[in-house]
Design a protein around this ligand. Structure first.
Ligand code: TYM
Length: 327
């Protein structure tokens, strides 16, 4: 059976872009593959975090994993920092990588542009991500389009290591959704929807109230042409709304274009509010049942034990191939 691995940072504001680009795929893939999903707290500290909020957000994401449909009987769910091998392998990969290849990562370029001095962790972040993936002999990595370059780097690192030290790692593959691998911001549809954007109406978070969802969609930037048609280049706002609509309604974009021929943007937005709220209500109901339960921590503890067993086996192979002694 193939293995799927992916992760989400516990940084709050998990939004419909994260859901469409990643979480929805996680749920589908747990049915056909050996699935491992992580809450990547070590990645989140590449930028400053409030320790109390970090703890809460870690449990929030775990509860969201379960609320969107991940099943602990089908998938291993755990928190990255509870398996020390992630940091250990990241160091080994650091010593087998080049600053040039890390400098080419567009996410690093974007994130460091916003700061006077970039934290080192932000620079080496893709190596920790590669460690996450390679530790579990991963075949498939479902992520949004913004992470594709990091998966390509992971493949390069794994191939380089295998060539130098003998077959050690499985070479993983990127898996993006056909529709919605990059959900755009509602206020500026040429930018990616993001957890950290200042304008809260730029995104729809999975825990937003129906009122907030309505405001965000009704305010969404469109264009003055008036026709409901999918055209990402010339009509990024409407195309983004059609994408979101398609995912939450299970109607294809072509079906939606047909349904809304001759209709105004107001009608499309009104219907989209309903479709999104209907889906979020179900997720939120499950979330509030699970979030404070003891069951949640039990699932994470169980996940850590299972993940640890797999990670230890890989580390044994890595150390043996590198020439580290065992006593
Ligand atoms: P993170 O926490 O930023 O995002 C979680 C997932 O959501 C996807 N995503 C989007 N998809 C579509 N449209 C958007 N606007 C959008 N915004 C975010 C991301 O691509 C991601 O799949 N580095 C990763 C976490 C990570 C990881 C890993 C993933 C760490 N180690 C190993 C896979 C395998 C990240 O920061 O995701």
């Amino acid at each position: 059976m193939k293995r799927v691995f992916s992760g989400v940072q516990p940084t709050g504001n998990i939004h419909i872009g994260n859901y469409i680009g990643a979480l929805k795929q996680f749920v589908e893939l747990q049915e056909e593959m050996d699935a491992i999903y992580c809450i990547v707290d070590l990645h989140s500290i590449t930028v400053p975090q409030d320790p109390r909020a970090l703890k809460q957000h870690t449990l929030d994401v775990a509860a969201l994993y379960l609320s969107v449909g991940l099943d602990p009987n089908k998938a291993i769910i755990f928190v990255q920092s509870t398996v020390p091998a992630h940091s250990e392998l990241a160091w080994i990969l650091t010593c087998n990588s080049y600053t040039g290849e890390l400098s080419r990562m567009t996410q690093f370029k974007d994130k460091s542009k916003e700061r006077e001095s970039a934290p080192t962790g932000l620079f080496t972040y893709p190596l920790l991500m590669a460690a996450d993936i390679l530790l579990y002999d991963t075949d498939i990595v479902p992520v949004g389009n913004d992470q594709k370059q990091h998966i390509e780097l992971t493949r390069d690192l794994a191939e380089r290591f295998n060539n130098k030290y003998g077959k050690t790692f499985v070479i993983p593959e990127y898996r993006g959704t056909k529709v919605g691998a990059r959900i755009m911001a509602l206020d500026e549809p040429t930018n990616k929807m993001s957890k950290s954007a200042e304008n809260e109406y730029s995104r729809i978070s999975l825990l937003d109230t129906p009122e907030k969802v309505k405001k965000s969609i009704m305010r969404a930037t469109t264009d003055s042409d008036g026709e409901i048609r999918f055209d990402e280049k010339n009509k990024p706002g409407i195309s983004n709304l059609l994408t979101i609509y398609s995912v939450f309604s299970c109607l294809s974009i072509q079906e939606l274009e047909k349904k809304y021929t001759g209709c105004g943007y107001g009608q499309l937005k009104k219907d989209l509010v309903e479709v999104v709220n209907d889906s979020l209500v179900d997720i939120q109901k499950r979330y509030f049942d699970i979030r404070e339960s003891e069951e949640l921590k039990r699932i994470l503890k169980d996940g850590t034990e299972k993940a640890q067993t797999i990670a230890e086996k890989t580390m044994k192979r890595v150390k043996e191939n590198l020439g580290f002694i065992t006593l």
